[in-house]
Design a protein around this ligand. Sequence first.
Ligand SMILES: [Fe+2]
Ligand SMILES: [Fe+2]
Length: 283
Amino acid sequence: MLSHSDRLAAHVARLGEEHPPIPMESVDFTVHDPEGFGARFGHVLDYMARVELEVDRNVLEITTMLPDPPEIDQLFYAEVWQPQEVQHGLILDRLQQVVGRPPATTDLEHVGLKLKVLGLLAHLEPFQDVCRMLYYLTGMATERSAVIAYNLMHDGVVESGEKAVAETVIAPIKRQEPGHYAFYQLSARSHWATLAGWQRWLVRRMRSISFAPVGVNNPTQLADFGDVMETLGVHHQGRDLAADVARVEQELLWARSRGLAVPDYVARAFRDAVEAAEARAAA
Ligand SMILES: [Fe+2]
Ligand SMILES: [Fe+2]
């Protein structure tokens, strides 16, 4: 049987081989109804383009928080993940400009004070292990959100009749996200198994106070995220985004201690986004 590190290494190698960054030349930016398409999906494109492009800052955050990362992690984020995500961002950003919108406003280099403090503490190895777990959990929630969002976006774009966008933008991007999710899930599961009781306690505490939906760093972005949820219809047909995004996190961190289906900080964060969007629309 393959060891965990062999499986992970094989996974990363396969992602690199099978999923090169999507070439810009492969994209057909034909949009038949730019106005209608922009009105319906423009803000979703903008949100996703920003989050994808901000992978550059995410990598800075990771290297701040984890001064001494495992080799396989470095290989994943430098050679596979970052190049793929940047290309997703560039393509989505170009598409939103094709339909007459301004390019995304991104923050590519500002690493928050909290992460810098974590990075200092992480020079102590047992603490770095806590930070690594937080990084994997964030990665899992982020990539799971991306998988769901691109699936819904694909359905919506197909329905809108913009075939070129569905087939040459959303479909190729959506095919690359499950591999990212798998990397973080494999890593989170095996790393959690190595943590001591006090480390697990700290992970639960820190996660409870720091969780945010993907791409949310301030109140405006929280409302933006609520609007994206609404447009993509994440709550339609009995779907529970919070439960889906946090399924493995719930299982690993909380299964023993609580009977809830979803960690309350995750459910609350998504609820806050919907409320922030509604309040902004009403104002
Ligand atoms: Fe992506
Ligand atoms: Fe991704």
